[in-house]
Design a binder for this molecule. Structure first.
Ligand code: HEC
Ligand code: HEC
Length: 220
């Protein structure tokens, strides 16, 4: 019974969220702030909410990360990512951003959760959980390198690497994978570019980027 009421409620709210999304450029979500976590329905009942958000914003966080393939899946940090970060979009992998990027992004997400907590029943992390979340995300973050410390700065592929590989996250460190591991990673990133509507490499560009990564990779 309660589930039907929730679904009805979500149907009523849908136009309001859509309107909010349209009004605020940059996909800012506005909703009334209100009572917090204690009123949130159990995770199972948030599924319609996530499905709805996901349909509205399919290109935020790519699919493919499941609770069991998060790093250290039994840790408190991983469980909090599942509990809080899976309410509005696909499960984000901590490897999606560099450690330096996560605190600011997490902060933005807490604000979004707070705005949507009352009307939408979104659960907001407690301050202690916020700290655990950020330290978990940073611990398993992507390994990045500042552009001016990249290896082999005179390589022909470096400009393309900088151009294409920093569209979604900080510049990945070429030394974070072995030469034999890079092709599969680049392949996965190409899928991400398509899913997330970013510029996609031509075959020639992909080859130059792969050559750069493989020539400067971690030794096996
Ligand atoms: C209340 C809904 C909501 C919750 C809860 C939420 N997000 Fe988001 N998330 C969004 C929205 C809306 C966007 C798109 C706008 C933006 O990027 O700010 C987004 C985008 C993202 C992106 C893609 C943008 C980028 O900068 O790469 C990442 C990564 C992300 N969220 C991670 C997280 C993490 C980690 C958590 C848990 C700490 C979380 N989200 C919780 C709503 C949410
Ligand atoms: C369209 C967005 C996007 C672009 C562009 C992008 N990535 Fe990623 N990257 C992601 C996402 C999302 C993740 C998190 C893992 C996942 O879900 O695929 C990630 C994670 C990573 C990681 C850490 C995970 C791992 O497997 O080690 C590396 C390294 C990486 N990207 C390298 C690259 C390289 C190299 C390029 C350029 C060829 C690139 N990325 C371009 C979205 C992108």
């Amino acid at each position: 019974m309660r589930k039907n009421v929730l679904i009805l409620w979500i149907l009523i709210c849908a136009p309001i969220i859509v309107a909010a999304l349209v009004v605020e450029a940059g996909q800012e979500v506005h909703a009334a702030a209100g009572p917090r976590a204690s009123l949130a329905p159990p995770v199972g009942q948030m599924m319609p909410m996530r499905g709805m958000m996901q349909r509205m914003m399919p290109d935020l966080v790519p699919p493919g990360t499941e609770p069991e393939n998060l790093p250290a899946p039994a840790s408190r940090g991983a469980r909090l990512v599942v509990q809080y970060c899976w309410q509005c979009h696909n499960l984000p992998s901590p490897s999606m951003h560099a450690a330096a990027e996560w605190p600011q992004i997490a902060e933005r997400m807490y604000v979004r959760a707070e705005r949507m907590s009352g009307m939408m029943g979104i659960e907001v992390p407690t301050p202690a959980d916020e700290d655990t979340l950020v330290s978990y995300l940073k611990t398993y973050a992507m390994k990045s390198v500042p552009a001016d410390s990249l290896p082999a700065p005179a390589s022909p592929g470096i400009a393309l690497f900088k151009d294409f590989c920093a569209q979604c996250h900080a510049l990945p460190d070429p030394r974070s994978h072995t030469a034999s591991a890079w092709p599969a990673v680049v392949q996965k990133m190409e899928t991400n570019m398509q899913l997330m509507h970013k510029r996609v490499m031509t075959a020639a560009q992909r080859k130059q980027i792969r050559d750069y990564l493989e020539q400067n990779a971690k030794s096996p």
